[in-house]
Write a protein that binds this ligand. Structure first.
Ligand code: ADP
Ligand code: MG
Length: 527
C-alpha cells in the first residue's frame, strides 16, 4: 500500500471520527527484553505485561531502565533480544511510526511537539497529507474533529495557537489528544508529572482514569510515590536494568515497601528529630515584608541558629517570591535583619557575601550551568575565596575544594570534569548543595530541594540538611511535600495567598495539620 493511500485512509478514518474503542482491547507484553547502550545494559531480561483497563506504573531509581523499557515498547529503541507481543501477535522491527499504526503511543518525558506549528497541526502531523496535497486539506473539518479530541482530554485552547504558547501541562494534554487522533489505545506516559503543579497533575490523572474506564492500556512512570500508590492498578519495580518486584495491589502496598524494592535494601525509618531550639538566637528576621505586586504581604518571621524552618503552602502561595525578595532577586517593602543587623540593599551577590544563600526551585533555569563542568558549578559561589596565583585562580585548589565538597554531599559522577547536564537530577542537586556548603552560609533557603530527584537522592538530601542545620545554619525549607516538612522541620509556617496563616512547632507538625493550613484553614494562633 502506498504512503499516499495509507495517509488518505487515515484521513478518511479521522474524518469519520473513529475512536480507539474500535480496536480490540490491547494486552501488550514485553518478554525478557535486553537492551544495551555501548556495552552498558539498560535492560536485562526484563518483562512486563500491560493489560487493557489498567494503569501500570514502572518505578525505580534514576537509570534503572524505566524509560528504556517504554521506548523499546514504543519502537524508539530496537531491543537486542526479547519479544514484543500485542494481543498474541509478535511485533517485529517496530519503529515509532509502526508502533502508532498498532495503536501504541508514548507521551515522552520532554514533550516533542513541533513548537512553531499550531496545536491543530501538531494534532494531525503524520496523518494530514502534506506537500502537493496540502491544498486539499479540509481545515474546517480538521478543526471540528480537533475540538472533539481536545474536549476528550480536557484541553481548552485556541487550536490555531502555536504549540510554543502552551504550558508544559497543555503540551502533555495535546500529546494525549494526538494519541487519540492517531487512534491509539496503548498510551505510555514517561514521568509526566515531574514538571507539573499538583493541580495540573490532578487534571492529568483524571484523564488517565477516564482512559482506563474506556479500557485503554496505560503505562506510567513517576518518582512521586504517593501519587503512584494512589493511581496505579499494578506496579513493576526496576533496579539496575532488571525487573525486581511486582505489586499487584497498590492499595495494600506501603510507601516503604516500594522504596525498599527500588533501592534493594531495607531503609531506616526516619524519626523526626526532637530538638528544642526556642532559646537559640535569631539569625534571620523578616518584618512586614510585602511585594509591590501583592504576591505576598505582612510577612514577619524569624529563623533561629540551627533550626530547620519549613514554609508550607500551595504552589503560587508566595513562598518562592518571599525567598527571592530576601535573597535580593526581587524588590519588597519591609525589613530584613541578618544576625540582628538590618540588611537593606539586597542582591544575590551581597547575600552570598553576607552568608545568606538560596537554592532555587527550578534548577533548569536558575543556578545550574548545564554545559559547564561539575567542578565549576560547585565552586561558582566560592571563587572569590579561592587561593590565587597572582590574579589567577590556582587551578588545583579549585579542584581540591570541589572534590572535598562533592564527597560531603555524595555527588556520583564519572569525573567532576563532565558537564553538569551529564549528571542525573539527584546528582545535580547534590552538586548544588556542595556549592552552597562551600559558601559557609549562616542562613540557607532551600526551595523544593527534592523536587524531581529519586528516593536515594532524597534520603541523602535529608541527611545533608540535618548536617547543615546541626552545624548551626538556619535552614528555611520550602516544600510542597508535606511529609518532608513533617520529617525535617523543627517549626513550620503556612503561607496562604501571600500571607502567613499558621505556625506549628515540634509534635504539632502533622500531615493533617499542615494539610488544613495550606488551604487556608486550621490556622493556629501565632505569637
Ligand atoms: N540513548 C542512550 N544512550 C546511552 N545510554 C543510555 C541511553 N538511554 C539510556 N541509557 C542508559 O541506560 C540506563 C537506563 O536509562 P533509563 O531507561 O533512561 O533509566 P530510567 O528511565 O529508569 O531513569 C542508564 O544507565 C542510562 O544512562
Ligand atoms: Mg527515565
Amino acid at each position: 500500500m502506498s504512503v499516499i493511500v495509507k495517509r488518505a485512509r487515515a484521513a478518511a478514518a479521522l474524518a469519520s471520527d473513529r475512536t480507539a474503542e474500535e480496536y480490540a482491547p490491547a494486552r501488550y507484553e514485553a518478554r525478557t527484553i535486553t537492551k544495551s547502550f555501548g556495552g552498558a545494559n539498560a535492560l536485562t531480561g526484563a518483562s512486563v505485561t500491560i493489560e487493557p483497563g489498567e494503569i501500570h506504573t514502572l518505578v525505580g531509581e534514576n537509570g534503572a531502565g524505566k524509560s528504556t523499557m517504554l521506548k523499546v515498547m514504543a519502537g524508539i529503541h530496537p531491543q537486542d533480544s526479547g519479544d514484543l507481543v500485542l494481543n498474541g501477535t509478535h511485533l517485529r522491527g517496530l519503529t515509532p511510526r509502526t508502533a502508532i499504526g498498532h495503536g501504541i503511543y508514548l507521551v515522552p518525558q520532554e514533550p516533542s511537539l513541533m513548537l512553531t506549528l499550531s496545536a491543530l497541526e501538531n494534532l494531525f502531523v503524520g496523518i494530514i497529507p502534506r506537500g502537493s496535497m496540502a491544498f486539499s486539506v479540509d481545515w474546517k473539518a480538521m478543526e471540528s474533529s480537533a475540538g472533539a479530541y481536545f474536549q476528550q482530554v480536557g484541553l481548552h485552547i485556541d487550536p490555531w495557537a502555536p504549540a510554543s504558547q502552551l504550558s508544559i501541562a497543555e503540551q502533555q494534554l495535546l500529546e494525549c489528544a494526538r494519541a487519540l487522533a492517531h487512534r491509539c489505545n496503548v498510551i505510555f506516559f514517561d514521568e509526566p508529572t515531574s514538571p507539573l503543579t499538583a493541580r495540573e497533575a490532578d487534571v492529568l490523572f483524571e484523564l488517565m482514569r477516564r482512559l482506563r474506564e474506556r479500557n485503554f492500556t496505560i503505562a506510567f512512570i513517576s518518582h512521586r510515590l504517593e501519587e503512584v500508590l494512589a493511581i496505579s492498578d499494578r506496579i513493576t519495580v526496576l533496579r539496575d536494568s532488571r525487573v525486581v518486584a511486582h505489586f499487584d495491589n497498590p492499595k495494600q502496598t506501603s510507601h516503604r515497601q516500594l522504596v525498599e524494592a527500588m533501592v534493594g535494601h531495607e531503609i531506616a525509618v526516619r524519626q523526626r528529630r526532637q530538638r528544642d531550639l526556642s532559646g537559640a538566637e535569631a539569625v534571620l528576621e523578616l518584618k512586614d515584608l510585602g511585594a509591590p505586586d501583592g504576591a505576598f504581604a505582612d510577612i514577619s518571621f524569624m529563623a533561629r541558629r540551627g533550626e530547620v524552618l519549613g514554609l508550607a503552602g500551595l504552589v503560587g502561595s508566595g513562598r518562592t517570591e518571599t525567598a527571592e525578595s530576601v535573597f535580593g532577586m526581587r524588590r519588597a517593602s519591609g525589613t530584613v535583619l541578618l544576625a540582628g543587623k538590618p540588611y537593606a540593599h539586597r542582591s544575590p551577590s551581597s547575600s552570598i557575601e553576607s552568608g545568606l544563600i538560596y537554592l532555587p526551585e527550578d534548577r533548569g533555569h536558575n543556578g545550574v550551568f548545564a554545559n559547564v563542568e561539575v567542578v565549576r558549578n560547585i565552586t561558582a559561589a566560592f571563587v572569590p575565596h579561592l587561593p590565587k596565583r597572582g590574579q589567577l585562580l590556582h587551578p588545583r585548589a579549585e579542584v581540591e575544594v570541589a572534590e572535598k565538597a562533592a564527597r560531603r554531599t555524595r555527588v556520583v559522577a564519572p569525573s567532576l570534569d563532565v558537564p553538569m547536564k551529564a549528571l542525573s537530577g539527584g546528582n545535580q542537586q547534590r552538586a548544588m548543595f556542595a556549592r552552597w556548603l562551600l559558601a559557609e552560609p549562616k542562613v540557607a533557603i532551600f526551595d523544593e530541594p527534592t523536587r524531581g530527584v529519586d528516593v536515594g537522592a532524597k534520603v541523602d538530601i535529608y541527611g545533608i540538611i540535618d548536617t547543615i542545620s546541626d552545624s548551626g545554619v538556619a535552614v528555611v525549607m520550602i516544600s510542597s511535600e508535606l511529609e518532608e516538612l513533617v520529617l525535617l522541620c523543627d517549626r513550620v509556617l503556612a503561607i496562604y495567598e501571600g500571607r502567613i496563616v499558621g505556625e506549628v512547632t515540634g509534635d504539632e507538625i502533622t500531615l493533617e495539620r499542615l494539610g488544613a493550613m495550606v488551604v487556608g484553614g486550621g490556622a493556629s494562633e501565632r505569637d
